[in-house]
Ligand binder design. Structure first.
Ligand SMILES: CC(=O)N[C@H]1[C@@H](OP(=O)(O)OP(=O)(O)OC[C@H]2O[C@@H](n3ccc(=O)[nH]c3=O)[C@H](O)[C@@H]2O)O[C@H](CO)[C@@H](O)[C@@H]1O[C@H](C)C(=O)N[C@@H](C)C(=O)N[C@H](CCC(=O)O)C(=O)O
Ligand SMILES: Nc1ncnc2c1ncn2[C@@H]1O[C@H](COP(=O)(O)OP(=O)(O)OP(=O)(O)O)[C@@H](O)[C@H]1O
Ligand SMILES: N[C@H](CCC[C@H](N)C(=O)O)C(=O)O
Ligand SMILES: [Mg+2]
Length: 494
């Protein structure tokens, strides 16, 4: 949709000079600036965006938004240049709000989900429930944009310009309901501060991303910002209060006057899970909603999926849907791509699942969750990504060894690190009995080969991913596909 130029004042910005220039586009990347653009010069991990000002003036930028550090860098570069300079305390926050105002429209009903694990699952289930209710809905996150609108996405939470361009396109295409993931990076960088949320959810809090956030507390504060900063005071917080950090979020939300829907096993919950029964194809879940008993069949593997599904149900209810209609939709939910997904079945009945567990907690949760669906042995394939949190590697190996009967340690996106040293760190936790097989396809073949009747293999770490990142190259690789190939090779059938 063609966008009309807007004055700085319409974007909530005031230039130092007081001049209200007209802006025809917004960019955080100097290389993408065009004539008439506002360039947001943001503080980065590698450089300050203000370092690139010379280039943006040449490209015809009419305004620059930056912070005080950026102003210092900008001063000599901007002297005499025909550019309106806007200096604010928090340039990322100002950019998020300006991008929202520039692109204008967003789906009328929006929710966001944060937490260490379960964001993609909850956002996807929320979209599926909305769709089952006949609404035009989409989810935005790690697996891209899915549902009534589809698009690829390079980030779990896109940066504000990309995000608001997308939201405006979605709204123009008729999408009325959207569920988005709020990653801790996204929250720390204020990427979604311009989104108008009706409700927000918190799934859980465990270790991840300590390469980016300096401490656990800083990582938690980033997540808590979804409720304290982005969700308005008349919004609803949907919180897993079985997690101690969830209980903290819920208490603070109540203090701010936000409505709170608590999900979990504790008595205080508005949605209280009471019992689950597992079988080979899914689970039955008994829960109370506002004290009233409910029983639903979920065609999903893994006890934690009940929490994800009921968190999604609570978000949909928080946005005004009739609870009875929401609960009727739950048996129609389908597996989220790469999350406890049945990838292949051997001729002897043994099953192969693919899951995106890539944290110590998720490895433990995924294996424990698969166990009651399986009558035989559980084989685990695990690996850890390169150029990411190093401290989680032995913990992931240890979790695999603790909850599987056999462990194979393999590569998962070594990126620019030495794959053997990543595997060694995982092996340290997995113990001497674990098998080390660097090549992931061979690891899957060995895992499938080890399966007897009633056994199951859980291939963890890559989920929906379609590539193996080695160095800076991406080689095509799909765990689900490799599982089928391995079964076909060993059993002669697909
Ligand atoms: C660590 C991190 O989040 N980095 C993000 C951040 O980059 P940065 O601020 O460090 O960038 P920088 O390279 O120092 O450059 C500073 C500024 O100068 C600009 N620049 C840079 C070079 C140039 O020639 N011209 C120019 O204008 C950059 O656009 C940037 O605004 O801001 C950039 C622009 O908004 C993002 O693209 C970038 O995401 C990088 C690519 C990234 O990998 N992010 C990952 C870690 C991430 O965000 N992941 C989470 C989910 C993780 C999970 O839950 O698993 C996500 O939401 O996807
Ligand atoms: N509620 C949950 N509690 C614990 N573990 C979960 C839960 N939901 C999912 N998981 C585990 O975490 C993995 C990732 O799930 P999902 O993709 O939904 O999370 P995410 O928060 O979106 O992850 P990312 O940070 O990569 O975006 C799953 O494959 C599963 O192993
Ligand atoms: N999107 C997340 C998870 C990737 C999981 C795993 N496949 C890895 O490469 O570490 C990240 O980039 O940290
Ligand atoms: Mg995700």
């Amino acid at each position: 949709m063609p966008l009309t130029a807007k004055p700085l004042s319409a974007l909530g910005l005031t230039a130092r000079s007081g001049e209200d220039v007209s802006v025809s586009g917004v960019s955080v990347d100097s290389r993408l600036v065009k004539p008439g653009y506002l360039f947001a010069a943001l503080p980065g991990t590698k450089a300050h965006g203000a370092t690139f000002l010379e280039g943006v003036i040449e490209r015809g930028a009419v305004a620059v938004l930056t912070d005080r550090a950026g102003e210092e860098i900008a001063k000599p570069l901007l002297a005499g240049a025909p550019v309106a300079l806007v200096v604010v305390e928090d340039a990322r926050l100002a950019l998020a709000c300006a991008a929202a105002l520039f692109f204008g429209a967003q789906p009328a009903t929006m929710v966001a989900v944060t937490g260490t694990n379960g964001k993609t699952s909850v956002a996807s289930f929320t979209r599926m429930i909305w769709q089952a209710l006949g609404l035009e809905a989409a989810n935005i996150g790690t697996t891209g944009v899915e549902g009534a609108f589809t698009a690829p996405s390079s980030h779990t939470t896109p940066e504000p310009v990309t995000l608001h361009r997308l939201l405006a396109d979605m709204a123009a295409a008729g999408v009325t309901h959207a569920a988005m993931e709020a990653s801790s990076h996204g929250l720390a960088q204020r990427r979604l501060d311009g989104v108008m949320l009706r409700a927000a959810a918190f799934t859980n809090f465990t270790q991840d991303h300590l390469d980016y956030h300096e401490t656990f507390e800083e990582y938690f504060e980033a997540k808590a910002g979804l409720f304290s900063r982005v969700l308005p005071d008349d919004g609803t917080a949907v919180v897993n209060i079985d997690d101690p950090k969830g209980a903290e979020i819920a208490r603070e939300a109540v203090e701010r006057g936000q409505k709170v829907l608590r999900v979990g096993r504790a008595d205080a919950c508005e949605i209280q899970i009471q019992a689950q029964r597992f079988d080979a194809s899914g689970q039955d879940v008994r829960f109370l909603y506002m004290g009233g008993p409910q029983l639903v069949r979920l065609p999903l593997i893994g006890g934690f999926q009940a929490m994800n599904v009921l968190t999604a149900a609570a978000l949909v209810i928080a946005c005004g849907a009739e609870p009875a209609e929401v609960f009727e939709a739950l048996p129609k939910l389908s597996t989220v791509r790469g999350r406890m997904q049945l990838a292949a079945t051997r001729a002897n009945g043994a099953t192969v699942f693919v899951d995106y567990a890539h944290t110590p907690d998720a490895v433990e949760t995924a294996l424990k969750a698969l166990r009651p669906h399986v009558i035989g042995r559980l084989v685990a394939i695990v690996g850890a990504g390169g150029d990411r949190d190093r401290t989680k590697r032995p913990l992931m190996g240890a979790a695999a060894a603790a909850y599987a009967d056999m462990v194979i340690v393999t590569d998962d996106n070594p990126r620019t690190e030495d794959p053997a040293s990543i595997r060694a760190a995982v092996m340290e936790g997995a113990g001497a009995e674990a098998l080390e097989v660097g090549d992931r396809a061979e690891a899957i073949l060995r895992g499938v080969d080890a399966l007897g009747p009633g056994d199951a293999l859980l291939i963890m770490g890559k989920g929906h991913e379609r590539g193996q990142v080695i160095g800076t190259d991406v080689f095509p690789f799909d765990d689900v596909e490799q599982a089928s190939i391995a079964v076909a090779a060993l059993d002669g059938v697909i």
